[in-house]
Design a protein around this ligand. Structure first.
Ligand code: SAH
Ligand code: SF4
Ligand code: F3S
Length: 452
């Protein structure tokens, strides 16, 4: 049997796509391996979001080239595929810079992989045209055993692409225009996952709350309505969605946080900056206060809500005072966990052409200060759960015998002392201690199976 090794960089969309590629290649006779050296096919599923992410691929391709040469010297044929957002953004340039690469395939073209691999016996190929057909219609579902092996929490892509064009971001170029999958297809996939034992679904999309898919009745469904339907799928106890844009948090979605116990009280809602002027130049189309008021409304609907966000420091032209507004917004809102980045100019995006780029040292200093504050908030949030009872979805055996490891409603890793419980169960746990990266707790009862 031939072996495929897939390495994913970047966001959850890539993790999901990597699984779909592996599922399709399984029908072509490939089994998955976690060791690149034993692979006949190496796929690097790349990310273009920041310069560092994109450059990582080329250093990895250097290593792949050495390995390929060694294998070829020993008479073994190795194919190398670059997929994902760098593939879409750089296309042919990758073939020029990386001689080991046989196929470059964009995120909307994975269903063509078997054909591309055949062609690559005689030619080096680039396939980055946005196709008319939906790749998901051509990507086979995995076996039940395979789904089971991936665990009790699964990603499900419901939407792809982005029409927002934030001035710093490559996603609208690498993933194309916003497309929502029809409800019936999402539901089929949810039923299949639940049937294999999945308890928690994370609906994913670059702009997931802009979801507007065709319902079974021909009308257009919002994310709020879709959540209601998915909450009825037997076995599914937890629903999450990511990544959302503040502009697309509509009333129906906010109400779903109030009305559906399965919708976890944890929301990733990137704000990027606290400065109105910077938000405007970023083309985010909302102010800092509008974000604060939105959070108040969601907290009114779901008082147990915790938040996470993404931040960019050193966006072109950002002054000290504007950066302080970001610090103030963080202090005002309070986040349980966050990602923060130094602005990275991306080719082809409007912000990269702004003259007033912020010096690297200033970006580094701002990032350190912001991360310090965010880390303090994260620790405070984790310590705040000590003494509380939380539902924990058990995901795997714990670090030591007699322990199980799972996740709280807030995606905190929790270790509990128990040997009576099984993976996939939701149990109620009293949190006794907060470590730097996980919580510890004791079993107090069987969980409500849905609510936090
Ligand atoms: N769709 C999501 C974000 C996807 S990209 C949203 O609208 O929020 C993930 C995160 O990467 C972004 O939220 C942003 O914080 C960061 N990011 C995107 N482009 C960047 C750039 N050019 N430099 C630094 N960080 C960037
Ligand atoms: Fe990028 Fe903005 Fe779209 Fe998010 S909403 S993917 S940051 S363009
Ligand atoms: Fe990266 Fe593409 Fe995701 S650029 S963050 S892999 S959409």
């Amino acid at each position: 049997m031939k072996k495929v090794f897939v390495k994913s960089y970047g966001c959850q969309m890539n993790v999901y796509d990597a699984e779909r590629m592996a599922d399709m290649l399984a029908t072509e006779g490939y089994s998955e391996t976690k060791a690149m050296e034993e692979a006949d096919l190496v796929i690097l599923n790349t990310c273009h979001i920041r310069e560092k992410a994109a450059e990582k691929v080329y250093s990895e391709l250097g290593r792949v080239r050495e390995m390929k040469q060694e294998h070829e010297a020993a008479g073994r044929d190795i194919r190398v595929v670059v997929a994902g957002c760098v593939a879409q953004a750089e296309g042919k340039e990758i073939l020029r810079r990386a001689p080991a690469v046989d196929v470059v395939v964009g995120p909307q073209n994975y269903h063509n992989l078997p054909a591309l691999l055949k062609k690559s016996r005689t030619d080096r190929i680039v396939d980055t045209e946005f196709p008319i057909e939906d790749k998901f219609d051509h990507l086979p579902a995995p076996s039940k055993a395979k789904t089971r092996s991936r665990g009790v929490s699964a990603f499900l892509t419901i939407q792809e692409g982005c029409d927002k064009f934030c001035t710093f971001c490559v996603v609208p170029y690498t993933r194309g225009a916003e497309v929502s999958r029809p409800v019936a297809k999402i539901l089929d996939e949810a039923l299949r996952l639940a049937d294999a034992g999945v308890r928690e679904l994370t609906l994913i999309g670059q702009n997931v709350n802009a979801y507007h898919g065709e319902g079974p009745d021909g009308s257009i469904w919002s994310l709020g309505r879709l959540l209601h339907r998915l909450a009825e799928v037997p076995g599914i106890a937890r629903l999450r969605y990511t990544t959302s844009h503040p502009r697309d948090m509509d009333e129906e979605l906010i109400a779903a946080h109030r009305d559906l116990p399965a919708v976890m009280p944890y929301l990733h809602l990137p704000v990027q900056s606290g400065s109105d002027r910077i938000l405007d130049v970023m083309n985010r189309k909302h102010t800092g206060d509008e974000y604060r008021r939105l959070i108040e409304r969601i907290r009114l609907a779901q008082p147990r809500l915790a938040l996470s966000s993404d931040f960019i420091v050193g966006f072109p032209g950002e002054t000290d005072a504007e950066f302080e507004e970001t610090m103030r917004l963080v202090a005002d809102v309070g986040f349980a966990s966050s990602f923060s980045f130094k602005y990275s100019p991306r080719p082809g995006t409007p912000a990269a052409d702004i003259d007033a780029q912020v010096p690297e040292a200033v970006k580094a200093e701002r990032l350190a200060r912001l991360q310090n504050l965010l880390e303090m908030q994260r620790q405070a949030f984790n310590h705040g759960t000590v003494g509380q009872t939380l539902d924990v979805l058990l995901e795997k055996p714990g670090r030591h015998p007699g322990q199980m490891a799972g996740k709280s409603p807030y995606l905190q890793a929790v270790q509990i002392e128990t040997d009576r419980h099984a993976v996939g169960e939701i149990v109620t746990v009293r949190i006794t201690q907060a470590g730097s990266n996980s919580l510890f707790g004791e079993w107090v009862g069987s969980g409500s199976q849905a609510a936090a």
